[in-house]
Design a protein around this ligand. Structure first.
Ligand SMILES: C[S@@+](CC[C@H](N)C(=O)[O-])C[C@H]1O[C@@H](n2cnc3c(N)ncnc32)[C@H](O)[C@@H]1O
Length: 348
């Protein structure tokens, strides 16, 4: 017996079965389980009818979803009744504005395929799309071609799902009361502007992004009737100057898409365009300074190896260094919504 025989293999089993968990959730979202039974308690037979599946897979599937905390099971007169758990009800019912199913679908239909070629991406230091004839183009470069517009729109809906949690938490992490004008650079669906403006009537905001993404942002802004307070501007933040006159610049999940030189270039553009008493707010899934985790941020970094040229997730120390080089004077880190953290950089 080896000296380490008291080490359990359990963590390895948890790791290798990780994709079972993801795929069960992805199948449930694809089948719209939580939307279809929203507000109801259904028997196994009713679930079978709703999902148009036979008894064996329905039973096993329902048990799996219950084991993951997505379905609640109660017993009434000896019959099992299934309903959405509070978690599934809030985030996986299509009819709620907090719906996160688009990000589940994006992980399923886009990232899952790419991760099958992780070893290739690690060996070539190129995104897997490069091997599929994607050349040097990222999904964002492709957004300029007509055929890819639907893909970037879907991506924007899915990013809304990633960002809704941190956007809702933002008001607790940062006091916006003394600020008036916010710009969200690469602002996607506009989720941060929407949540900030809803809670801070003193603020008006602009979402800067590529044209098709601005169209999606306008839909979200319209849903909340915030057209008077939030505008969108189609702009390429690499090629065009950033607008001036803003006191808050927001940047979420942008830095991890690029290498440190490009990021520093963008942060300098932001610093130069901000008002003198302005701040930049950065929401990212940060790596700890020891570079040992946490797993969601570390693995998001690995996802950027699969997906991007030069991108990876950074630590607070690395982003602070970029911010200082770009001209920001004081830099702070604050909790946001795990795994997202907030970095605040003050221009003066
Ligand atoms: C990873 S998404 C983040 C979206 C949003 N900030 C969020 O966290 O939900 C990156 C965003 O940057 C935008 N983007 C990428 N390249 C851009 C460019 N050159 N100019 C303007 N926006 C760009 C994309 O269209 C996309 O909306």
């Amino acid at each position: 017996m080896s000296a380490n025989s008291n080490i359990s293999p359990e963590p390895i089993f948890q790791m290798i079965t990780g994709f079972w968990v993801s795929k069960a959730l992805m199948a449930a979202v694809e089948l719209e389980v939580f939307t279809k039974i929203s507000g109801k308690q259904v028997t196994l037979q009713q679930l079978q009818d709703i999902l148009e599946m036979e008894q064996r897979p329905t039973d096993v599937f329902a048990t799996s979803l219950a084991s993951l905390g997505l379905l609640k099971v109660t017993t009434e007169n000896g019959r099992r009744l299934y309903s959405n758990s509070a978690l599934a009800d809030l985030f996986l019912d299509k009819n709620k504005s907090s719906y996160m199913g688009d990000i589940v679908t994006m992980f399923d239909k886009r990232l899952y395929k790419g991760w099958d070629k992780l070893v290739l991406a690690l060996k070539t230091n190129k995104p897997v799309s490069a091997e599929e004839g994607g050349g040097a183009e990222t999904i964002f470069d492709q957004a300029k071609s007509k055929e890819k517009i639907e893909e970037i729109k879907k991506f924007t809906h899915s990013m809304h799902g990633v960002s809704i949690g941190p956007a809702m938490a933002l008001a607790k992490s940062f006091d916006f009361s003394k600020y008036r004008k916010m710009v969200d650079i690469g602002g996607g669906s506009g989720v941060y502007c929407i949540e900030v403006v809803k809670r801070n009537p003193n603020i008006s905001a602009v979402v800067l992004d590529l044209e098709p993404v601005c169209q999606v942002a306008q839909e979200y802004i319209g849903k909340f009737n915030l057209q008077d307070k939030i505008q969108t501007t189609a702009l390429d933040f690499w090629k065009e100057p950033l607008p001036s006159g803003y006191d808050v610049a927001f940047l979420s999940h942008i830095l991890h898409d690029y290498d440190q030189d490009k990021d520093t270039f963008l942060l300098k553009k932001i610093c130069d365009s901000l008002n003198n008493d302005g701040v930049v707010l950065i929401s990212e899934w940060l790596i700890n300074d020891e570079k040992t985790g946490p797993p969601p941020s570390a693995l998001m970094g690995l996802n950027m190896i699969v997906e991007s040229y030069g991108g990876r997730n950074y630590s607070f120390a690395e982003i602070s260094k970029m911010l200082k080089t770009a001209g920001f004077k004081r830099i702070e880190k604050r909790p946001l919504a795990t795994p997202a953290e907030l970095i605040v950089g003050y221009k003066s």
